[in-house]
Design a protein around this ligand. Structure first.
Ligand SMILES: [Zn+2]
Length: 66
């Protein structure tokens, strides 16, 4: 039996940025939920995400190009 917690996160075309509805590239996990961001908004909110998020899923290495 596969638990949901161990299922790897996969971003699909249905995953959209919470700020502008572009395709999501980054998922930021918070204690009370998660938010998705496109590359543009992920970079814009990078310092906030680094401070507040408990986990950041960044399969396209958006933050590595900063
Ligand atoms: Zn966006």
């Amino acid at each position: 039996m596969i638990s949901e917690a161990t299922t790897p996160r996969v971003l699909t075309a249905q995953d959209r940025c919470d700020s502008c509805s572009a395709a999501a590239q980054v998922v930021a996990k918070f204690l009370n939920g998660e938010l998705m961001f496109c590359g543009h908004h992920a970079k814009e909110k990078h310092s906030l995400l680094k401070e507040k998020a408990v986990d950041i899923y960044d399969p396209n290495s958006v933050f590595h190009t900063l």
